[in-house]
Design a protein around this ligand. Sequence first.
Ligand code: AMP
Length: 190
Amino acid sequence: MKLRNLLLLGPPGVGKGTQSARLAARLGVPHVSTGELLRAAVAAGTPLGRKAKAFMERGELVSDAIVIGVATERLSRPDAKSGFVLDGFPRTLAQADALDVELERLGTKLDGCLSLLADEAVLIERLLGRAGIEGRADDNEGTIRKRMRVYQEQTEPLVARYRRAGSLREVDGVGTIEAVERRIQEALAA
Ligand code: AMP
């Protein structure tokens, strides 16, 4: 089966963004990151961006209604017909349900879900390192710890959901970008 509609799950700092972008480029499909779409809306000062900004700065989730709107709009654009790599969406069970509904409406479905794994201490160190490089407003220690907790409480249950659905492959996210990329390729080929 050709894998073209993919989803990457994983805690903050595990390399979802980097790996999703690489995977999407390799597959020739759009990389759909709700975090990037939201950061663009914040930078542009749109009404949606103004609503999302404070939640993002605190490391909290933006409301399901807003994020589901952003994601479904992106997925319904023509270029996503060829496939997509979803990054950072869904993050709650309600979002996962909404994704199923949207994909059904579009006459398609998810082909696979990759879960990237890493130790929390490694992740916090990585994020603190990234703070100096990318200058993201939400990469400071307090917010990082908050995002970890939010991930464990609200997003981690999705791993079990996709495991039950039979579409989950787990990948060790510790190592160089190239090493993790290779593991992802192997997991997809298996
Ligand atoms: P990310 O770039 O995926 O780490 O997302 C950065 C921030 O954007 C998160 O900490 C949330 O505040 C917000 N965000 C991105 N995607 C979602 C989502 N699916 N649901 C709720 N909030 C999100």
